[in-house]
Design a protein around this ligand. Structure first.
Ligand code: ADP
Length: 468
């Protein structure tokens, strides 16, 4: 009965599966019509109508917010089946079929799913719910045992119909064998099925005493669903982090190898060949810039481990922001690509900031180097201004910009934009992480404002130093 959203999670093409979805949708439709007719003939009490409406509402809500269950690899699982099975046991097959149709149809309509998919999914729910109701009926003899056995049988029927039809459509679209696929789904969904079957039995027994008492189930159900969502989110973040780490190792190996190869090649040439002064000078310059690149990379890696182990306490002292910034900008100007200029704009006078001068320099160097590295041309503006008890440092470039959705993420460890967006410029994804950690440690804030094609402005604020 775990209605795992195989259709939602994988790219199943229903057009390739007409032979499955049309019969399911048609038989679901016929069953629904018979169910409505049969309900119309039953003299339902107000009590029953309210109960059915409540179960439909609960099933629709649960269907709209499926729960991703860890270890169940076939997408997210809808808890709607608990309510449909309970409805089937308590109110019979016809009410359950209508409830199944409404829950699924409302959600599919809200998500604007394609007709074939919505029709198939509604058909599955109508048939599974009607089957569950039919089977439950056979066990009911007015005793508590009969009711419980009925609920268990209903749950089992719902589950079997559900995964059998889903496996049929999936195997049809992928052209794989039915038997192994069904066994695979059964294995993947069996544990959530048993949990939901037990919950359905509890719900049925409580409901039998009084629908109002059954409301106590809402709390634990909601808590379980929220907990599962939370755990799933946390694990996904860990998986993503693990992937970034792997990518980082590949990037670092590459970034270490490139300068090493240049240094090695230049040194070998110098050693083996008689060269004129100019050529010698060129090669020595290669050695020194590439060695500097290596040392920069290793510094970044060392800084990350220092920050992670918490052994990088800053030494806060009053610092004059302007001379320090000028020093960094002057150093950057010595190796600018042609077509790029760096300028400083500042309020005057500027108060002193409470900062660690080495760490502040490190943050500025990083932001200015990024601005230079990613924009390659245009103007880089470094602005200093005072803002309500802080000094704001901003580095603005006219580079490719950063999409809004990525603007938080680039401060994460190892995170880099798609190389297409940055024209393949190399990096490790550590620089901004280090900047954020250092600014945090100096009690400041750092952020970026940017739009693709419109450049980026990285800003951070540090508190003004207290007068002694
Ligand atoms: P990296 O070593 O890759 O430069 P950073 O942590 O400094 O690592 O930056 C993370 C990512 O943010 C970069 O890979 C790049 O995609 C993006 N980025 C950083 N600064 C800029 C900028 N000034 N313009 C555009 N993209 C930038």
């Amino acid at each position: 009965m775990a209605h795992t959203h195989i259709l939602r999670s994988s790219r199943v093409r229903l057009d390739a599966t007409v032979a499955v979805w049309v019969p399911v949708a048609v038989s679901g439709g016929v069953t629904l019509i018979v169910a409505v007719a049969s309900l119309a003939q039953d003299n339902l009490s107000w009590h029953d109508i309210v109960g059915i409406a409540l179960l439909i509402a609960a099933a629709t809500l649960a269907e709209a917010f499926p729960v991703p269950i860890e270890g169940v690899a076939v997408g997210s699982t809808s808890l709607a089946t608990i309510f449909l099975v309970a409805g089937a046991t308590i109110y019979g097959w016809a009410a359950a079929a209508v409830a199944g149709f409404l829950a699924m149809a409302l959600v599919e309509l809200a998500w604007r799913r394609p007709f074939s998919r919505a029709a198939f999914n509604c058909g599955v729910y109508v048939l599974a719910a009607a089957g569950a109701g039919g089977v439950a009926d056979r066990f009911q003899d007015g005793t508590l045992l009969g009711l419980s056995l009925g609920a268990i049988a209903a749950a089992g029927t719902f589950y079997v119909v559900n995964i059998a039809l889903l496996a049929a459509v999936v195997t049809r679209s992928r052209g794989v064998a039915y038997g192994p696929t069904l066994t695979n789904y059964a294995q993947l969904t069996f544990v959530p099925f048993t949990v939901m079957a037990s919950l359905a039995v509890i719900l049925v027994v409580l409901w039998d005493r009084s629908p109002f008492v059954a409301v106590v189930l809402v709390g634990p159900l909601l808590a379980t669903a929220l907990y599962q969502r939370w755990i799933h989110g946390a694990l996904n973040r860990l998986r993503e982090f693990d992937r970034l780490k792997d990518e980082f190792i590949a990037i670092v190996s590459h970034e270490l190898r490139t300068p090493l190869t240049s240094v090695y090649g230049a040194a070998m040439t110098l050693e083996k060949q008689q060269l004129d002064d100019d050529r010698q000078h060129q090669l020595l310059e290669i050695i020194s810039t590439e060695a500097a690149r290596l040392s920069h990379l290793l510094d970044d890696i060392l800084w990350v481990s220092r920050l992670d182990s918490g052994s990088a306490r800053p030494y806060i002292t009053p610092v004059e922001p302007l001379p320090l910034t000028e020093e960094v900008v002057d150093a950057a100007r010595t190796h600018l690509p042609g077509g790029l200029s760096v300028e400083i704009l500042h309020d005057s006078p500027l108060p002193e900031v409470a900062a660690d001068p080495d760490r502040l320099r490190q943050v500025l160097v990083n932001l200015i180097e990024n601005a230079v590295k990613y924009s390659r041309e245009g103007r880089v503006q470094v602005r200093l201004g005072s803002h309500y008890g802080t000094v704001r440092f901003s580095v603005r470039d006219e580079g490719p910009g950063i999409p809004l959705s990525q603007q938080e993420r680039i401060f994460e460890k190892f995170y880099r934009l798609d190389p297409n967006m940055t024209k393949g410029v190399g990096g490790t994804g550590l620089g901004l992480y280090i900047c954020r950690e250092l600014v945090d440690a100096m009690n400041g804030d750092i952020w970026v404002e940017s739009a693709p094609g419109a450049g980026s402005t990285f800003s951070f604020e540090l508190p003004v130093a207290q007068a002694p």
